[in-house]
Design a protein around this ligand. Structure first.
Ligand code: PBG
Length: 327
């Protein structure tokens, strides 16, 4: 059917036609809200490059999680910033570590929201790399052991799901084994499977105080031009026991999300990272973009590309807007 018999504009004529023919619908059910926790009390320190996001002590974190729950957000992803960092990331798996304490408190206070923990070492190492160093390089296999120990300690604290993001080979398998041996066979793994060495993590590194003190992460995170390799990475994680696979960042990698959707049948998460958030916030602040519309368009695009789950600092804003029925 061609013009003039077919006129696509007929079904765009008004909002009711558009509602009936809309293919993708963003829902609060899709969202995970990332949060940063620090030691102490009464702390709520704004993160300059991520307006509306804070480093929070547990008391304030609990309030924030309550708010997320009230808005209907199904899960939060917690990042811990320890008081002391060292060469071997001791804070990552300490029974009394910042994240372990936070998970316990949050689960006690707000049981009915998923508490997901980031499994990585960069927030805990003095050098800021995601693993243990050997001869100036990140050593894969010792790191994997520490990651497994970290995941088990988080599960022991009550985490509902663990999310390994260090991009070490074999990390998902080692974490699955560790969890199973410790009796946490029911705790799922959301694997950062295709995580790229991206400049869009810039603001996060300010938030988590996790910038590498030398070099970069290119020797473990993926090379941005690659997508065939992403399929291989995701396939490996699935074989090792991933329950949810993730592509990160989201917006500059929509093709990777789409490819993953076509290749695999597991739930797919996409991380709308700090830099993607900061760009929209900055442009809105300057009056160069309509911030709300840009947010909704971006999140909808991530879903349209094939993501089932979106990790985003916009979670609360988007949930409020969806609740208002405006979009
Ligand atoms: C690593 C980790 C990072 C992010 C999530 N987990 C940073 C990195 O790899 O440097 C980035 C998230 C974001 O930018 O929002 N622990």
């Amino acid at each position: 059917m061609y013009f003039p018999a077919y006129r696509p504009r007929r079904l765009r004529k008004n909002e009711n036609f558009r509602r009936l023919t809309r293919e993708t619908r963003l829902s609060v059910d899709d969202l995970i809200y990332p949060l940063f926790v620090v030691e102490g009390k009464g702390i709520k320190k704004p993160i300059d490059s991520m307006p509306g996001n804070y480093q929070m002590s547990v008391d304030n974190l609990v309030k924030e999680v309550r708010e997320a729950k009230a808005l209907g957000i199904p899960g939060v992803l917690l990042f811990g910033i320890p008081e002391k960092k060292d060469e071997v990331a001791s804070g990552a798996f300490a029974e009394n570590g910042v994240i372990q304490k936070a998970v316990k408190k949050v689960k006690d206070a707000v049981p009915d929201i998923l508490v997901i923990t980031d499994v990585c070492l960069c927030e805990y190492t003095s050098h800021g790399h995601c693993g243990m160093l050997k001869g100036g390089e990140v050593d894969n296999d010792t790191t994997v052991e520490v990651l497994a120990e970290t995941a088990v300690s988080q599960a022991r604290a009550g985490a509902d799901m663990v999310a390994p993001s260090a991009m070490m080979d074999g990390q998902v398998g080692a974490i699955r084994d560790g969890l199973d041996e410790a009796g946490f066979e029911a705790v799922p793994i959301m694997a950062y499977s295709a995580k790229y060495a991206s400049c869009f993590y810039g603001p996060f590194r300010e938030a988590a105080e996790s910038a590498p003190q030398f070099g970069d992460r290119k020797a473990y995170q993926m090379d941005p031009p690659n997508v065939v390799e992403a399929v291989r990475e995701i396939g490996l994680d699935i074989e090792e026991g991933a329950d949810i696979i993730m592509v990160k960042p989201a917006l500059p990698y929509l093709d990777v999300i789409r490819t993953a959707r076509e290749e695999f049948d597991l739930p797919i998460a996409a991380y709308n990272v700090s830099g993607e958030f900061a760009m929209i916030k900055a442009a809105a602040r300057l009056g160069w973009l309509d911030g709300e519309r840009a947010m909704m368009e971006a999140l909808t695009a991530i879903k349209r590309a094939g993501a089932d789950i979106i990790l985003t600092y916009f979670a609360k804003d988007a949930a409020k807007l969806l609740q208002s029925g405006k979009p």
